[in-house]
Design a protein around this ligand. Structure first.
Ligand SMILES: Cc1ncc(COP(=O)(O)O)c(C=O)c1O
Length: 394
């Protein structure tokens, strides 16, 4: 419920996103919450210093962080949202919430590589083993669960290779054995996939991507299905001393107000581009779950209400200098990590793909694109000129 005392649950998502955090009783009537840069919060009464129900320190978050949390819950649902300084720190916060020395975590082989590194290095040092599994394992995940399994970490679709996971089957098998499930749900921006409806316990968002949307802020969030899970995440957050800056929270909240419009444009343009790429002779295959040719298309159509603007395609094998000619001559697409912003990005991904459970087999170089807000025909023309350079035609 919003601070205005009205029940917003009757409204549709776009309306809830517009209203989230509005509080006419404060802020002198300003539409947006104030950015309060605060560490110390002064208390008039001694008894309030130790009152856990009151904000007593800047790390508790102020009006703008509260408004952002409210907006995130409006999108994905759940019992509570915890902000983190980056998407990666939201992944590691969720993992630390469930990690126990001597236990094991099952992680999808398609996971974001820095999350994998955290598991392989830091969790390992803390006595937590990680076992990777085929992203397409589905209900067979049950065969991997042991007495020592504490959690299963999913990412769907994988952000480089775009396998869609059977989340209901995996979460169902996990629950039957008392194992927690966490999902990195960044690709859907929380809009087009609802993990809590499938019994997932924690949903992680890299807000840096679509929510911030303008390539100018880093932030993440962990949303929890139940109050108990939220409490556990909050405890870990407090003990780690994490903070989500008010300025960045303001940027992310501002981005959220236009999320639905941007996402729709970017998803439409990306699908058109993916379609066009499928018709090109330079391209071996396009990895976009909304394309009927994608091996997980049926799963995607069953569980998702839409797509975002990030996908990949595989080219026929090419010498490195031709690939460089394609990429370095692009006029609209720019090379850079991250995605979800208003600017279109492209990156060759093979060096980032790390697999141990099931090998990643590719006929040629894999390029990931994040479609921005530019004109879709201009983007296709930019790539078409790149393909001419690839073939040495100009
Ligand atoms: C799937 C996924 N999760 C998490 C992150 C981390 O987000 P951030 O860059 O905010 O740390 C990324 C970043 O690219 C990502 O692609």
């Amino acid at each position: 419920m919003a601070k205005r005392g009205l029940d917003d649950s009757k409204f549709r998502l776009e309306t809830r996103l517009a209203l989230a955090g509005r509080d006419l009783t404060r802020n002198d009537g300003a539409v947006n919450p104030p950015v309060q840069r605060a560490s110390t919060l002064l208390q008039a009464k001694a008894v309030d210093l130790y009152d856990a129900s009151k904000k007593t320190y800047g790390l508790d978050g102020m009006a703008v962080q509260d408004a952002l949390r409210e907006a995130l819950l409006a999108i994905e649902g759940g019992a509570g949202a915890t902000l983190a300084p980056s998407g990666l720190s939201a992944c590691t916060l969720a993992l630390l919430t469930v990690a126990e020395a001597g236990s094991e975590i099952l992680v999808t082989d398609s996971v974001y590589r820095p999350t994998r590194k955290f598991c392989d290095q830091t969790l390992k040092r803390l006595g937590v083993e990680t076992r990777y599994f085929d992203p397409r394992i589905g209900a067979k995940i049950g065969e991997l669960i042991t007495e020592g399994t504490r959690a299963i970490f999913l990412e769907s679709p994988g952000s480089l290779t775009f396998e869609v996971q059977d989340v209901p089957a995996i979460a169902g098998a996990a629950r039957a054995r008392g194992v927690a499930t966490i999902i990195d749900n960044t690709w859907s921006a929380g809009v087009h996939f609802h993990p809590f409806a499938h019994g997932v316990d924690l949903s992680v968002q890299a807000l840096t991507k679509y929510q911030a949307g303008h390539a100018d802020a880093l932030m993440g969030a962990v949303l929890a299905r139940t109050p108990q899970w939220h409490e556990r995440v909050q405890t870990m957050y407090a003990q780690l001393g994490l903070n989500a800056s008010p300025d960045d929270a303001y940027f992310v909240l501002r981005g959220l107000r236009t999320l639905m419009l941007r996402l729709q444009h970017q998803a439409d343009a990306a699908l058109r581009l993916a379609d066009w790429l499928e018709s090109r002779s330079e391209v071996v295959r396009v990895l976009h779950p909304a394309l009927p040719s994608h091996p997980d298309h049926k799963l995607w159509a069953r569980d998702f209400t839409g797509a975002s603007g990030v996908f990949a395609f595989v080219l026929k094998p090419q010498p490195p200098e031709r690939m460089a000619a394609l990429l370095e001559g692009l006029e609209i697409f720019a090379m850079g990590f991250s995605w979800g912003g208003y600017e279109s990005l492209i990156v060759p991904c093979d060096p980032q793909i790390a697999r141990s459970a099931i090998p990643w087999e590719s006929e040629g170089p894999l390029l990931r694109v994040s479609v921005g807000l530019e004109n879709g025909d201009d983007l296709a023309d930019d790539l078409a000129r790149g393909f001419s350079r690839l073939l040495g035609e100009n």
